[in-house]
Ligand binder design. Structure first.
Ligand code: SF4
Length: 382
């Protein structure tokens, strides 16, 4: 199988979107964000293209302006705001960097690396590295981002894209495997003028194959479940996606008619909001009533429909080791211990990938349906 890194990235963010795009090859509307990102990337290439003299900030802005395409913007104001944002990114880039001192050895460099084995099947992952610089003691691999959201340092340290870029670099320069501590991988967030950098160990890079093979196995097994995320706001497939289809539905044919469904949805949302408000009010009242009981020195309050009493709720914190030693021989320990899934998730995120995988083998999947509610925003921005 031959895959681009970006398609694997799509699969990880939403497997169904991957299917629509890569397997069904459904047409997609170009987004203005994607067009803007492509132009900023080519401007960065223009800035660092090898030559006797690097372009000035004015020349870079001129390049940006000449290649600008405003077709996808809904109105002049939106287009103007995006154009100004691009110009500001370029200006800030020049303020923060000494362009002439950078030493790029590759710009928008294509790669294709092989993963897997003859027996289990070989696969090719292809992509494009924005920039590779020679630094005073090694190299720096840089990927530009035009997104507003910046990840945490922890995410950068485990970022799959940077790892695969470094693997591709090492295919080209295998001797550098011995000097990994001199190679930096960075994501440059142009909107903020912030570069977040990290390094990789040999173990991390070798573990990559398994991560990718796992994704490929899921694709081959036909696992294409949708994943609801903020990225849905930019997805061209909302109209056919099962998670959004209802929003665009035109001819309902189900036993529950559209009018009934509409009032059902409204009533559900209304009751849920009321419950939340009542819960809040109950907590406030409880606090006040306890205060009043203390003020009056009474233990019970009499109302027209009931009596409110107060009592002390006692809870205990047990010594886990002692309790386990006591209950285990009686075969009762398992009956009192319940694993906290949320706490386990937090702990696992900080543990090595091998341990994370082992815990996956210890679990059994159980599914049940529940309803969640998300407030509807008036407008969307990145
Ligand atoms: S709308 Fe969201 S869930 Fe549906 S395919 Fe697109 S990204 Fe996936």
């Amino acid at each position: 199988m031959r895959l681009s890194y970006s398609s694997l990235d799509t699969y990880q963010s939403c497997a169904l979107k991957y299917k629509y795009r890569e397997i069904d090859r459904l047409p997609e509307e170009k987004s203005k964000e994607a067009v803007f990102g492509t132009l900023i990337h080519s401007t960065m290439k223009f800035i660092h293209e090898p030559g006797l003299i690097q372009p000035s900030v004015e020349q870079a802005i001129d390049y940006f302006g000449k290649h600008w395409n405003g077709d996808l913007f809904v109105n002049e104001m939106e287009e103007r705001a995006a154009f100004v944002q691009g110009v500001e990114m370029i200006q800030r880039y020049y303020e923060d960097n000494r362009i002439a001192e950078a030493n790029p050895i590759a710009l928008e460099s294509r790669f294709a690396i092989e993963i897997g084995t003859e027996e289990a099947g070989k696969h090719v992952i292809a992509g494009v590295i924005d920039r590779i610089d020679r630094t005073h003691d090694g190299y720096e691999i840089i990927d530009y981002k035009t997104t507003k959201k910046m990840p945490s340092q922890d995410k950068i340290d485990n970022d799959l894209q940077l790892s695969i870029y470094l693997r591709a670099f090492l295919e080209r320069y295998p001797k550098e495997w011995e000097r990994l501590d001199t190679i930096t991988v960075s994501l440059y967030f142009l909107k903020h003028g912030v570069k977040l950098s990290s390094m990789r160990t040999k173990e991390q890079l070798l573990a990559l194959d398994e991560t990718f093979l796992e994704i490929i196995r899921s694709i081959e097994a036909g696992k294409f479940a949708p994943t609801l995320s903020p990225l849905c706001d930019w997805c061209s497939f909302q109209k056919i996606c099962p998670l959004w289809k209802h929003k665009f539905k035109e001819n309902p044919k189900e036993a529950i008619g559209e009018a009934e469904a509409g009032s059902m949805i409204e009533e559900f949302l209304h009751l849920r909001n009321e419950m939340a408000a009542e819960k809040k009010r109950l907590a406030e009242l409880q606090e006040k009533i306890i205060e009043y009981m203390e003020q009056e020195g009474v233990e019970r309050l009499f109302g027209s429909t009931g009596i409110i009493g107060r009592s002390i709720r006692t809870s205990y914190v047990y010594d886990e080791t002692k309790l386990k030693a006591l209950l285990s021989p009686l075969g009762e320990w398992e009956n009192v211990v319940k694993i906290d899934g949320a706490a386990l998730k937090t702990v696992l995120e900080a543990l090595p990938e091998a341990v994370q995988k082992q815990t996956e083998e210890c679990r059994e999947k159980k599914e049940s349906l529940s309803l969640s509610v998300k407030a509807v925003k008036d407008s969307i921005s990145d």
